[in-house]
Design a protein around this ligand. Structure first.
Ligand SMILES: [Zn+2]
Length: 423
């Protein structure tokens, strides 16, 4: 069995190699890059060679120029003259949560680098790119193209939600993946079902959670049910993995060719110094984050993402007096509640009007959604010092990448609520 598995992994990696994607080569390059004495010098040496263009079309050749380059919005990137060159043969489409899809073109080196970073992170969890993956994803995939792709990648996609939940989980158990990869909500749903049926997925080495915010209490729960470590991945279709959680729970920056900044509005700005097919300089991802430094040499940079939130527009909640607080307070409140009650559920808070929020939980908490709502009200009062009203709502439909907080009020930069406009 183990021999077949090793062979299958080797086959996947050989297929990558046949496509000109040297995963092992690039993983070693990642290791070397992180071992460099001066990161600034390293980045500058690449900038000099590649000279990516900023939002105004000017070449960026030094670290100082990069620091003062204008911010590149997604919209500007879509409409920019940054057309791919001929060697860019790989194409990926970002789903575009804002509605507009973005085209990303990569040459072999660029995709190879991304896979090298992925392999580098996976090794940290005791797996490799090419190991057998059970992917929990939003939609079941059909068609020859995705079947070929899944074969090459040695993975199978499971849709652990809705009508076919039991059947999908049975197939997942029989597939015996080396690791699971997927959205937090689908992993939670899968864990809930496994616990209820007294089943388990045997032989898992790790679980990688992507794309959605996950609470520490939920991560612990997943780790218990799946009986393996759970690692959080932060990435984007434009860059693949940007940060990856180490064994000590930090989200380290892992791609040595990316420079991540928390911009003036705390927005995530990413620069790829190595990419020549398309220029991405101070590219605005649409997420909110704060960075800090830790003394943890285990993985990538000592720089970590200490706070991460979804869409920029969903960052702040407003009180009846039009004062604002960080929406992450809701996540902290629910995390505390879950720890205290030993209860696990998904939730979404929606701002209905200033000072008033709607709460949806799934599955229904043991003590009822009302008890969670009351608890959140008290927690916000305690931590932020504001009196808010949390009402219960029904009908949580989570598909794909979602946020735990949805702001339906238009807000200006000064933070004043402009009145409810509906979603
Ligand atoms: Zn760490």
């Amino acid at each position: 069995m183990r021999l077949i598995r090793s062979f299958r992994c080797l086959l996947a990696r050989s297929l990558f190699l046949a496509m000109g994607l040297r995963i092992g080569y690039w993983r070693k390059a990642v290791e070397r890059a992180w071992a460099m004495e001066s990161r600034e010098e390293y980045l500058e040496s690449i900038l000099k060679k590649v000279a990516p263009r900023d939002a105004n079309g000017n070449p960026v050749k030094t670290y100082a120029e990069l620091k003062t380059a204008p911010i590149l919005t997604k919209k500007a990137f879509r409409h920019s003259a940054s057309r791919p060159n001929k060697s860019a043969v790989f194409h990926r489409h970002t789903a575009g949560s804002s509605g507009d899809p973005t085209s990303i073109w990569l040459n072999r080196q660029e995709l190879g680098r991304m896979l090298g970073v992925r392999d580098y992170c996976y090794r940290h969890c005791g797996i490799r790119v090419g190991d057998r993956e059970g992917r929990l994803w939003g939609r079941p995939e059909t068609g020859l193209k995705s079947r070929v792709k899944n074969f090459v990648l040695n993975r199978r996609v499971f849709h652990t939600s809705g009508r076919n939940l039991e059947k999908e989980i049975q197939e997942l158990i029989e597939w015996r993946p080396d690791y699971l990869y997927g959205y937090a909500s689908l992993l939670m749903e899968c864990a809930r079902q496994l616990k209820q049926n007294g089943q388990m997925v045997p032989g898992l080495k790790c679980v990688i959670v992507t794309a959605e915010t996950i609470l520490p209490s939920q991560k612990e729960h997943l780790s218990r049910i799946f009986r393996c470590p759970v690692h959080e991945e932060y990435g984007a279709s434009e860059f693949d993995i940007i940060a990856f959680e180490c064994r000590s729970g930090h989200r380290h920056l892992v791609n040595p060719w990316l420079l991540l900044e928390s911009g003036p509005e705390e927005q995530a700005l990413v620069t790829d110094v190595s990419r020549s097919s398309q220029s991405l300089v101070r590219y605005e991802l649409g997420d909110i984050l704060q960075l800090s430094t830790v003394d943890c040499p285990g993985l990538g940079s000592t720089q970590i993402i200490s706070l991460l939130e979804g869409r920029t527009s969903n960052r702040f909640a407003f009180t009846a007096e039009n004062e604002r607080f960080h929406a992450v307070e809701f996540a902290y409140a629910v995390d505390q509640y879950q720890q205290k009650h030993g209860d696990l559920f998904q939730f979404v808070v929606t701002q209905v009007r200033p000072g008033v929020f709607g709460l949806v939980c799934s599955p229904e908490p043991k003590e009822g959604t009302v008890s969670v709502a009351k608890d959140i009200e008290m927690a916000i009062q305690r931590s932020a010092g504001y009196e808010v009203k949390v009402e219960t709502q029904s009908g949580l439909e989570r598909q794909g990448k979602t946020s735990y907080f949805v702001q339906t009020i238009n807000a200006t930069n000064s933070g004043a609520a402009m009145g409810a406009v509906g979603s």
